[in-house]
Design a protein around this ligand. Structure first.
Ligand SMILES: [Zn+2]
Length: 249
């Protein structure tokens, strides 16, 4: 069942899934696609099967910065749908993937009739808010190298070790000069922690990158686990190792 590749969908009650399933469509999310604009109404709710959606705050000066990432462990647009709210920021597809999509009106209807589903959506919003708050502290207090390594670890958790990224895009997402990103990237590459080649980053040593990261990646992981707990491989086969519950637990 393709929709179970998203953790939110795999976590909803069978009765709720039966109600939602006829309204779910499968779409391809291509790199750079804008799925929401700041202060505009959200008409579609996205449950990604992989890849990364970036929540971005744009300033009038033209600068932009990423404040949160959503992958197959999350959803975009559900909280806005259940309360007829506007998107707080721009959301673009940073790493492509397939996604299940439902009309906002369908998600609102289900949330109105199922407290369990509504609770799940609110839990995810709580996690996203925690992630944004952690990113705010990270951007203000940690070095570019620490931030970049934290960013790579979060991406690793969502999509694995091969990341389609240009340095220019990375600099934009982090709100720093491209030269700063280049310097850090070449340092990490020189130490054999990443391999950077033609717009692709391969994380060679995730342990090494984690050691260079600030505490923020661990805080985001802990927040997720505090809110959602681990999942079994049977329930959510797409989960990264981080979120899996081993047989021993
Ligand atoms: Zn940090």
């Amino acid at each position: 069942m393709p929709h179970s590749k998203n953790r939110i969908l795999s976590g909803i009650r069978p009765a709720d899934l039966r109600a939602l399933q006829p309204h779910l469509r499968l779409v391809e999310l291509e790199h750079g696609l804008v799925i929401a604009h700041s202060r505009q109404r959200v008409h579609q709710v996205y449950f990604p099967h992989g890849g990364i959606l970036s929540c971005i705050v744009e300033l009038k000066s033209g600068f932009a910065i990423e404040t949160g990432m959503i992958g197959n462990d999350g959803v975009f647009g559900a909280i806005q749908a259940i309360d007829d709210r506007l998107s707080l920021n721009k959301v673009i597809v940073q790493v492509p993937s397939q996604s299940s999509v439902a009309d906002a009106a369908v998600v609102k209807h289900l949330a109105d009739s199922s407290p369990d589903f509504r609770r799940l959506i609110i839990k995810h919003e709580q996690f996203l808010l925690g992630q944004v708050q952690q990113t705010t502290a990270c951007n203000a207090l940690h070095s570019v190298e620490e931030r970049m390594c934290t960013w790579l670890v979060r991406m690793y958790d969502l999509v694995g070790r091969d990341l389609p990224l240009t340095q220019e895009f990375l600099a934009q997402m982090m709100g720093v000069q491209r030269t700063s990103v280049s310097g850090v990237a070449s340092g990490l590459q020189g130490e054999g922690l990443i391999d950077y080649h033609r717009g692709k980053v391969r994380i060679v040593s995730i342990d090494g990158v984690q050691r260079r990261a600030c505490e923020c990646h661990e805080s985001v992981r802990e927040q997720y686990l505090d809110i959602f707990g681990k999942v079994s491989v049977e329930t959510f086969p797409e989960a990264s190792d981080l979120y899996r519950r081993s047989d021993a637990e």
